[in-house]
Design a binder for this molecule. Sequence first.
Ligand code: TXA
Ligand code: MG
Length: 361
Amino acid sequence: MNDLKTRVLEPTTAHIRSAAELLQAGDVVGMPTETVYGLAGHGLRTDSLSKIFSVKERPTFDPLILHISPSLLPRLTEWVVFPTGKSRGCLDRLIQRYWPGPLTILFKKKAIIPDLATSGSPEVAIRMPSHPVAMHLIEIVGVPLAAPSANRFGRISPTTALDVVKELNGKITVVLDGGPSLVGVESTVIRVTDTGIEILRPGGVSLEELSQTTGVPVKQISIPSAALSEVKSASPGLLENHYAPRTPMILVSDTFSEKPFDDIRNHIWEKKKKHSAKSIALIAVSKSNMEKYSFSSSPLFQKNFYFSDKGSRIEIAQSLFQTLRAADESGVDLIFCENVSDISGLGAAISDRLYKASFKG
Ligand code: TXA
Ligand code: MG
């Protein structure tokens, strides 16, 4: 590892311009978006794409999303093929309604997009982030920017500039500080077909919203992509560990606290024994759920966290990765985390991330 320190830059025009120059020269930079922070690189240059994979230590079978700005929308057909069939109207409506915003759409790619960006798939993922700093940066560079979340592969996604530094310090020169990401979970990744919409990854735009906007059938498909499914079957379980804290994390439903106290205590003791854990942190979905666990004079948990004051889905999503990171850094050796039991709306993305972040076995 070298001595390079990652600089956090206020998003002044001068700083955005210097980040754009780095990108034009083939380097990578930390970029704020409304979902999570991205590790941005020139989307049409193989050397930049390679750098993204190596900085993240990400296997090249996991494809990247290309990010455009509103000013690049009229040029989208330089890079992708628009469908001519029944799906076209639906696609136009989605773009109209959700771009800029947390919706990523798969298109058939043109040859100008390097195969490395799509992991060899004929489809490329395109998104238009709504964060003003991301928009400005993309507009100056003038080409789509590839940007995976700016964490090391498999780790917790960053939602502040400081998180990016924690993940990638010494590996990138610059991160633009755009404040905390407001959505807090990644974009929804979809494919639009002549029969409806397929969700490949739940995210900031819910299944219900997509269905209401378009009136077409929307279904969640669990395997992220053809490229990924091959790896998944070759190495089962590999991709289920994602967004993960270093500390093992076990999940229970947000209704767990309603069980009789003895059941709760026995369950926790059993888990502590299994993991040889001396200290354990609680993450509850809401403050009132957190308080439900404190009915004993000898506390069950050494540290206590909650995702949201009142348990609202928007707030849980916003603080999801920050709270996981805080619990991970709190010095305990086991995390006991509540998951939302209602997976409607943003609940689908929240539950997906927590499940993938949790210990299996
Ligand atoms: O909100 C977001 O989407 C963030 C911000 C930075 O924009 N980006 C992000 O990128 O989450 P990343 O690389 O961490 O996740 C991209 C995921 C891939 O793991 C895969 O599931 C899906 O998007 N994806 C990308 N390209 C695809 C393709 N060609 N076919 C199928 N799935 C694809
Ligand atoms: Mg990611």
